[in-house]
Design a protein around this ligand. Sequence first.
Ligand code: PLP
Length: 477
Amino acid sequence: MSNDLPPDEFRSAMHRVADLVADYLEGVGDRPVLPAVAPGEVRRVLPAAPPEEPEPVDTILDDYLRVIEPNVTHWNHPGFFAYFAITGSGPGILGETLAAALNVNAMLWRTGPAPTELEERVCGWLGQMMGLPPELRGHINDTASSSSLVALAAARHRLPGLDVRVKGLAGRPEAPPLTVYASDQAHSSIDKSAIVLGVGQENVRRIASDGAFRMSVPALAEAIARDRAEGRLPMAVVATAGTTSTTSVDPVPEIADLCEREGIWLHVDAAYAGSAAICPELRALMPGLERADSLVVNPHKWLFTPVDCSVLFVRDPALLKAAFSLVPEYLRTDEAAEVTNLMDLGFQLGRRFRSLKLWMVIRSFGVEGLRERIREHCAMARGLAGRVEADPRFELAAPVPFSTVCFRARPASTPEEQDRFNERLMARINAAGPVLLSHTVLQGRYTLRAAIGNLRTEREHVEALWKLIVKSFEELA
Ligand code: PLP
């Protein structure tokens, strides 16, 4: 008995997997975006008990083709316009595959010299691409949720006299309530960080945004002053560059000025739009990113890198290390003083080799190639927005700075009826199969979103989307 898959079997299975992946990617656009599957249906065809005896890999791959592949939501589909559309591009898939083969756990430099140094180098590249100053040092986490959590933990660690790392927060009447500020458009991951960090959801101040969904700085200043007057301790402000609903950009320079005056940590959530900062003209829509104490950008959102890959830039890595580093005896190494040990930069010990896929994406497309693709997505979004604006039966619900279009139909009826109409409109569009939209609520109104971010999406797909929107409207109206 071989202890692993015998080499010749592995090689031939790997070749089959290569064909299977290439076939899938080539044909994905011919499927409906959403699988025709009801809850529980996949579970029902999977055996309840694990197999006692070995099964041939070919049989398992046959089942993959029969049960799994047809029953995923096809994020690779050119008609995927929901949430933030993403692409695990060819080079990224290759990198992910090689990383799985190496199976490195780069918790320490010693346990992954090349992964550690490649991660530092590739994050340095990304910082340059985005026009960030070199003092913002990047490292990779799984998701923006983790990156923001880590950043806010560092912000908490910087608060003088609290020493939460050692003393915790519970049972300390002398510790003031900590507060975090983010706009009413900020991502829910900020509230989740507050839950984990002992700040508490009710101490996340959701600051009102203006008509263009940008955080109001006077309202922020007022909230901070009120909290200070009432004995609370402001811990961090989270500005968003590219909010989840509308991709609006908070006024980061003014927020940074306020944070500087108040001595408050500024975290910038650029999970989506940070990628667009590689295009100078789009970076100009997000001034002030360079002033962040910490900033998160997700290459897995709009830089064509397979999920998961989130880069957290921090101005003071030593502070991050002070917040998190904890080295048990078995992880002590001689070279610790001269290298980065990635385990020191966050709460998790083990680290996947995520920089490999990002390295392959950046090299394979080139920075200019990445810019071209992002610009094309933005151009397609402008095209769709133009269609919406030119048709009196529809309206744009928000400005379109990047590649996401928020819109709604406006049949002649009350706002409540219009909301129900738009809900039904989206259901009808999505039921047709070739596209998937998602929704949001803006200023209390049900709103449809079309997010363009997939490498397979071309102008003809956006044109087909618009035709489907109009046809569905006419059938419903
Ligand atoms: N921040 C923003 C602005 C987002 O839009 C999202 C997700 O869409 C997140 C954070 C969370 O990202 P992740 O899934 O990487 O945690």
